[in-house]
Design a protein around this ligand. Structure first.
Ligand code: ZN
Length: 313
């Protein structure tokens, strides 16, 4: 343990109770348990964050505690529908210190490419050319909020919506463009339109993970009605991508920074993809039912030996 590690000792309530009891019963032989919970809040927490990068959290029904089987939710082939308005909209991105950056964005093609990447092994994903009643529908966000995109995973109806907020994309997508260049997170010569497509790929790959029932690495699932998040995949035994999960929580982690840390190179298109554990959790949600194992983490509790106390005064 290095000097940078802080250790927090927490006196367990049972210990406090026994301590008081010792004083009250002055003069008697007493036993009390001394229970100390300790956790480190520096390195261990950093290690915890690092380990979360390779975890994948899936959805478990709060009714029966079982993994939600997305094959039963969506059918053998998981359909998705992209409406016409996503085909090639003209967008105008705010770029601080510059005039607005206008471009036609082939959102449809970016969405298709991002979604098809989840099409692996037994999981079958297919674009539907007409509107669907079961599957995943893309739509312009009907609610006014500050999110770039959001997903309602609706496991009870089998029809989930992936909401895209075009105005927020225009407002925020170029926000870190110059800063990332300065920090070498992206290549110095990357053009704004390439960066915009890069960011959109991350967003759509992430949102489609939600539509498949994945949650953020550190979520317990409270934001999805009737489900609880449970660790479904955590392994390094794969011989393919073990980089950061595409399901990192954007409010607490920066996927681009994590990816850059992991590869030690400026972020490129090929590197942006679900990792081995993301795929594995989706495979489990597509093929399996049953109760996933509970994973206990966090505190290491040490139960001290019972201490005998004698008081003669
Ligand atoms: Zn998310």
């Amino acid at each position: 343990m290095s000097s940078g590690t802080k250790v927090a000792f927490i006196l367990h309530p049972v210990s406090v109770y026994h301590l008081i009891w010792c004083f009250i019963m002055n003069g008697k032989w007493l036993y009390f348990f001394f229970i100390v919970c300790f956790s480190t809040n520096a390195e261990q927490i950093n290690n915890k964050i690092a380990s979360q990068l390779t975890q994948a959290v899936g959805s478990v029904s709060t009714d029966n505690e079982e993994i939600i089987n997305i094959r039963e939710v969506y059918g053998d082939i998981i359909s998705y529908y992209i409406p016409q308005e996503f085909a090639n909209p003209q967008m105008s991105f705010i770029w601080e210190g510059h005039s607005n950056y206008a471009m036609k964005v082939n959102l449809g093609a970016i969405i298709v490419e991002a979604f098809e990447e989840w099409n692996r092994g037994q999981v079958r994903i297919q674009r539907a050319l007409d509107e669907i009643e079961r599957g995943i529908s893309i739509r312009v966000n009907p609610h006014s909020d500050d999110s770039l995109a959001s997903t309602n995973f609706n496991h009870s109806t089998g029809h989930s919506f992936l909401n895209v907020n075009l105005h927020t994309l225009e407002r925020l997508l170029l926000k870190n463009f110059d800063a990332y260049k300065k920090r070498n997170i992206i290549r110095q010569d990357m053009e704004a339109d390439t960066y915009i497509r890069l960011k959109l790929k991350i967003i759509f790959k992430h949102e489609f993970g939600h539509a498949l029932g994945l949650q953020h690495n550190i979520d317990d699932g409270e934001f999805v009605g009737g489900v609880e998040g449970r660790l479904l995949a955590q392994s390094s035994g794969y011989n393919f991508w073990t980089g950061p999960s595409i399901m990192l929580d954007g409010s607490t982690s920066d996927y681009m920074v994590e990816l850059n840390n992991y590869t030690g190179q400026p972020v490129s298109f090929e590197q942006i993809r679900p990792n081995a554990n993301d795929y594995e959790a989706v495979r489990i949600m597509y093929t399996q039912t049953g109760v996933p194992p509970r994973v206990e983490t966090c505190y290491f509790c040490a139960i001290g030996l019972a201490t005998m106390m004698r008081s003669e005064f």
